[in-house]
Design a protein around this ligand. Structure first.
Ligand SMILES: CC(C)(COP(=O)(O)OP(=O)(O)OC[C@H]1O[C@@H](n2cnc3c(N)ncnc32)[C@H](O)[C@@H]1OP(=O)(O)O)[C@@H](O)C(=O)NCCC(=O)NCCS
Length: 182
């Protein structure tokens, strides 16, 4: 999917939100590694990343050409500082009404409104793609993310008390949330 939007950050800088393209692959990978090192609320660790720049290029190409999936990048001063995505369940007809949402932003750029803008942009894309329900999983201690998700309308649909087993913090409870998209 194609997407483009610009927002003003509180400090006067401009942030461009746009779909990722193959030429962004190196920067997207660098951002992925940085965000996954900075936060213990994401699913994987940087040393578990097995994909290559070539894979990332192809992934971003497929997302751009897709009618139901997108990777939106947040760019500040020419640098990718965050990403958010909508993924479908692809092959199975019984699951085609559902999509998944994921987001991560570099720590230096938290609290500037980029998370909200990326989330709202992904919801807009999911609506355009015709999904009925958007889903996500979030660690219950991730207050910043839970608060953001509730504020845009996500509702809790269940909890997994042993969702993650973190190297740093041990067992982490996961909240499953959903947003109905009309
Ligand atoms: C969670 C995350 C995406 C939020 O992005 P962000 O850019 O910091 O969020 P925003 O600045 O747009 O703030 C959005 C909302 O978050 C909440 N929030 C922001 N700062 C907060 C804080 N210090 N404490 C609690 N909630 C906070 C508020 O509800 C805020 O709403 P507002 O717009 O009315 O102020 C970002 O912190 C991040 O990438 N974290 C690491 C990775 C991660 O946890 N991803 C989610 C995995 S499920």
């Amino acid at each position: 999917m194609i997407f483009y939007r610009e927002i003003d950050l509180p400090d006067g800088r401009r942030c461009i939100l746009r779909n990722g393209t193959p030429s962004d692959a190196e920067q997207v990978m660098a951002n992925f590694i940085k965000t996954h090192a900075e936060s213990d609320f994401l699913t994987s660790y940087p040393d578990e990343i097995l994909f290559t720049v070539e894979y990332e290029r192809d992934y971003l190409k497929r997302k751009t050409e897709s009618v139901g999936e997108i990777e939106i990048l947040a760019e500040v001063g020419g640098r990718i500082v965050g990403t958010a995505g909508v993924d479908g369940y692809r092959a199975y007809r019984k699951l085609r009404h559902r999509c998944r949402f994921g987001i991560s932003i570099e720590k230096d750029f938290w609290g500037l409104g980029i998370g909200r803008a990326l989330t709202e942009s992904c919801i807009e894309c999911a609506r355009k793609a015709g999904y009925t329900q958007m889903e996500l999983e979030v660690v219950s201690d991730n207050k910043r993310a839970v608060s953001l998700y509730k504020s845009v309308g996500f509702q809790e649909m269940g909890r997994n008390p042993l969702g993650f087993n973190s190297d740093i913090n041990g067992m982490q409870e996961i909240i499953m949330m959903r947003l109905l998209i009309s």
